[in-house]
Design a protein around this ligand. Structure first.
Ligand SMILES: [Zn+2]
Length: 503
């Protein structure tokens, strides 16, 4: 019985291998039978066949959709992958996030010209313009001095978004952070400091010298017909400090120069919306500015409690694509999951990972709405965090739970493991940031609570970024350019090439 079964299995195995089997291949044994009928073998053969059948799409892209998970390092991807799997009732480890199914990947070196561990401004300048620069600098080369207005104009570098507008393409910007925050800002602005989001954040002398705040640069963007779809947070930067916020009437705008940039946008023929219902009702035929919070938008897990009702990253992604996809000249769309980073800075893995899972949904939406024959989708991160996944939790351990291990036979015990100090521990942790005393009360905490903060090893005001490589994943025309280890500037070059832009 065993012999006949294993012969059958071997025949199937031979059929599936690419190099083929010869008739005098290994004699069937119990060991081979176990291996050939093993699910890991079957899955591995399927994945190998898919990998060998992958054909590059070697032609220009009509459209590019470029996603950045701010602070989405590899550990964040792994933990978010497990979380997403567990949310759908699996152990989690076998799951893949939507963007982890894209066929081409590379590892990305994220350092800036003056820091081993980078910030979001230097990295955004690298991937938007193809030029590495100093940390904190937006849309200027490394020869500009950080936070110095004088002379900055000589060091401006141009972005993919500007090139797309200059060529008559439709363009869009989406972020769950303030739309004037570093990652989107480097697509359209030049500023010696990422802090110059409004005039209030600049020295009067710098404004007199002619440096312009980031919010104004977005509304007064002079390339093509301006950005067609802008969705994100940061409303206060567009409203004067004499005007009440529409969602929170006890708050005012932030601008001190009296400019109402929302009114300026509307006067130029654009629509403005500030909540989810208005976004759904907005007519398709005018440029759209949607600003859904005075500062950053809500974390995904807090979004249902928002006063005015906010769209998710997935809904903003779908809205942006549907408004851009009829463009004859194609479109360039930049989308940022901007708050994975912020939750990590609070040592709060719960919100970071739920925002990463929402980014997976948003990329799935973009994949479903586009064809890989004409649309290049690129997904990456700007930098990592000091975030670790460690200990020896049993497979299927709740991603936010205390570590529960295995017994001497390798079977899960479902018992909480204790560290050398007699306290339980989470598999998620941080090198820097908020310290949680590991005293008697520690074991009484609920590590799965949304507000649980994984403790750090080194105290710091806000958890720090990490300096190891991040991943870039891609599908569509010229996606095969992404392989090996690349500088972050390479993302710009590969996307510009896919769109046929000449350097
Ligand atoms: Zn950060």
């Amino acid at each position: 019985m065993m012999k006949r079964f294993s012969m059958t299995a071997l025949a199937g195995f031979c059929a599936m291998t690419i190099s083929g089997c010869s008739d005098n291949s290994v004699a069937p044994t119990a060991e081979v039978a176990d291996q050939t009928t093993n699910q890991w073998i079957i899955d591995g053969q399927r994945d190998l066949a898919n990998a060998l059948n992958q054909q590059p799409i070697n032609k220009p892209a009509k459209n590019v959709i470029f996603f950045i998970g701010d602070g989405m390092g590899i550990t964040t991807q792994t933990a978010a992958r497990i979380l997403e799997g567990q949310l759908s009732g699996q152990d989690g480890e076998e799951n893949l996030l939507s963007f982890e199914t894209l066929p081409y990947t590379a590892l990305v070196k994220t350092y800036t010209t003056n820091h081993q561990v980078s910030d979001s401004a230097g990295t955004a300048t690298a991937y938007h313009t193809g030029v590495k620069t100093k940390s904190g600098v937006i849309g200027l080369s490394e020869f500009a001095d950080y936070n110095v207005c004088d002379g900055q104009a000589e060091h401006e570098v141009t972005s993919l978004l500007k090139m797309a507008e200059d060529r008559g393409m439709a363009t869009g910007l989406v972020s769950t952070a303030r739309i004037t925050h570093a990652s989107p800002a480097a697509a359209y602005a030049h500023a010696a400091s990422r802090e110059w989001e409004t005039d209030k954040d600049m020295l009067p002398a710098d404004i007199e010298m002619g440096c312009v705040d980031i919010a104004r640069q977005l509304i007064e963007f002079e390339h093509g017909d301006g950005v067609d779809v802008i969705l994100g947070g940061g409303r206060r930067g567009f409203l004067p400090n004499t005007v009440a916020d529409p969602e929170y009437p006890d708050q005012q705008g932030r601008r001190e120069d009296g400019r109402d940039l929302v009114a300026q946008w509307q006067a130029a023929g654009g629509q403005f919306v500030w909540n989810e219902q208005q976004l759904r009702d907005a007519p398709q035929d005018q440029p759209l500015l949607g600003l859904f919070e005075p500062s950053h938008m809500q974390f995904e897990v807090d979004r249902p409690h928002d006063a005015g009702g906010e769209p998710s990253l997935t809904e903003m992604t779908a809205t942006a694509i549907s408004r851009l996809e009829d463009s004859e000249e194609g479109y360039y769309l930049f989308i940022e999951a901007g708050r994975i980073d912020h939750a990590h800075h609070y040592n709060n893995a719960y919100r970071a990972l739920h925002d990463a899972v929402e980014m997976s949904r948003a990329v799935a939406q973009a994949m479903a709405m586009t064809s890989e024959q004409d649309t290049l989708i690129v997904v990456s991160a700007d930098h990592s965090h000091s975030f670790a996944l460690a200990g020896y939790p049993a497979k299927g351990n709740g991603v936010f739970d205390w570590v529960r291990g295995t017994d001497e036979r390798g079977h899960p015990t479902n018992e909480v493991e204790l560290a050398e100090d007699g306290q339980p521990y989470s598999m998620l942790g941080y090198t820097t940031g908020f310290m949680v005393p590991r005293d008697e009360a520690y074991g009484e905490l609920d590590p799965s609570h949304p507000n649980f903060r994984q403790g750090a090893r080194i105290p710091s005001r806000g958890e720090h970024h990490g300096g190891e490589d991040v991943v870039v994943m891609a599908r569509g025309p010229m996606a095969h350019a992404f392989h090996g280890f690349v500088e972050q500037t390479f993302l710009y070059h590969a996307m510009a090439h896919a769109l046929g832009f000449q350097q």
